[in-house]
Design a protein around this ligand. Structure first.
Ligand code: NAD
Ligand code: ZN
Ligand code: ZN
Length: 395
């Protein structure tokens, strides 16, 4: 089959690889109809997540048709359409019982690697390095889905792929970002990053009752989407000093909650950005926490900082004094997608959310390298790329 492969830093190629096979009784094979490129994939391709290997199949946001089933999967049938959560969870371990599905204790065969870096391991994930199990990803024609009797969600008849696909990751992720803020009426929420995750965090903050949402980025077309689709106020950090603007917009107090939808590859200006770039390039820190530091410093006393952006390891100049002295709460996590999928599917069906607004590009799978290029470099107004195996390229 064809699959999008990591061929070394900054190199993505569509290659012929062996078809996946059923390995365990709880596996399914899914023939992929739609898959997407995520900001998290950029961290892999840019070389910031250790343990990626030449030829690894990328992709953790995918859906499709069940074409093969292991003997113990009795809730799915051949031909069912399913959307697959990015984190792989058994559904029965202690973590899964607490609905901490992204921390499943049974799905990461390389837990020992993650334990070395993080103390304890998280769950396995599709296409996300050997730290999370080395599972082949879903930017491909087919994928093997472990614990298929627990994770995949059946897509209702008539619902187009575009409406269901983002239940695999970024819709639950953006929603969790707002959920973790415990929003109360009148709250002002600030969101760093207007990528797909930021857009869904903004929309979800309004859905959960925020009075105002302030969105921060530097790409005018992304800020425009936040304003026009969701009604956010926006700050372009290339033009405006973010801490000053936030203070001014919130009567000097700061936003009630701050959401980091940027993560380890934040961009910035000035000496601090130069410092982080040098520290990251020399492996003295693994991540550039520019947006995170700003979010912490900006948050009102006693507020919440909700961290959706992915961080890999160790960061420097972390403003712990601000967190401690001002009684901030930091909440974060790889999203336990399985917890949010069903309620969000209902919200899509009720018309409360239409996740399709972020899709700017739909390409045949073969054009995945081009998709990575325009998504990474924010070319051609790219917000979110959907890849479709079997789609004929536009003439
Ligand atoms: P993206 O790269 O499209 O978006 C990131 C945005 O942040 C860009 O628009 C960029 O211009 C902006 N940005 C960079 N530096 C900034 C700064 N200093 N201030 C404000 N904005 C800044 O990526 P995405 O797909 O939206 O993903 C965002 C983050 O969420 C990534 O780190 C991704 O790995 C993470 N993520 C986490 C989970 C999870 O389970 N927690 C799931 C999916 C994605
Ligand atoms: Zn993702
Ligand atoms: Zn589990």
């Amino acid at each position: 089959m064809k699959a999008t492969c990591f061929m070394g830093r900054n190199t993505v190629e569509v290659q012929e690889v062996p078809d996946p096979r059923i390995l365990n009784a709880r596996d399914a094979i899914v023939k992929i109809t739609s898959t997407a490129i995520c900001g998290s994939d950029l961290h892999l391709v840019d070389g910031y997540v250790p343990t990626m290997m030449h030829g690894d199949v990328l992709g953790h946001e995918f859906m499709g048709e069940v074409v093969e089933l292991g003997s113990q999967v009795d809730n799915l049938k051949i031909g069912d359409r399913v959307v697959v959560p990015f984190c792989i969870a058994c559904g029965v371990c202690t973590a899964c019982q607490k609905e901490l599905y992204s921390l499943c204790e049974n799905s990461n065969p390389n837990a020992w690697m993650a334990e070395k870096l993080w103390g304890h391991a998280g769950a396995g994930a599709f296409g996300y390095s050997h730290l999370t199990g080395g599972y082949a990803g879903g930017q491909a024609e087919y994928a093997r889905v472990p614990f298929a009797d627990f994770g995949p969600l059946k897509v209702p008849d008539g619902m187009p792929d575009e409406q269901a696909l983002f239940l695999s990751d970024i819709l639950p992720t953006g929603y969790m970002g707002a959920d973790l803020c415990d929003i109360e009426p009148g709250d002002v929420i600030a969101v760093w990053g207007c990528g797909p995750v930021g857009q869904f965090a903004i929309a979800s903050a309004f859905l959960l009752g925020a009075e105002r949402v302030i969105a921060i980025d530097r790409f005018p077309y992304r800020l425009q989407m936040a304003r026009e689709h969701s009604g956010a106020e926006t700050i372009n950090y290339e033009e405006t000093n973010v801490p000053d603007a936030l203070r001014e917009m919130t009567a000097g107090r700061g936003p009630d909650a701050c959401i980091d939808a940027v993560g380890m590859e934040a961009h910035g200006h000035g000496p601090m950005y130069a410092y982080d770039r040098v520290m990251q390039a020399s492996r003295m820190e693994t991540d550039r926490p520019i947006a995170l530091r700003e979010a912490i410093m900006a948050c009102r006393n006693g507020g919440t900082v909700s961290v959706l952006g992915v961080y890999g390891g160790f960061i420097d100049k972390f403003p712990m004094g601000s967190v401690m002295n001002r009684a901030l709460t930091i909440r974060t996590g790889q999203t336990p997608v399985q917890r949010y999928m069903r309620p969000l599917l209902e919200r899509i069906q009720n018309g409360e959310i239409d996740p399709t607004f972020i899709i700017t590009h739909t390409l045949p799978l073969e054009q995945a390298p081009h998709g990575y290029d325009i998504f990474k470099h924010k070319l051609d107004g790219c917000e979110k790329v959907v890849l479709k195996p079997g789609m004929t390229p536009a003439a």
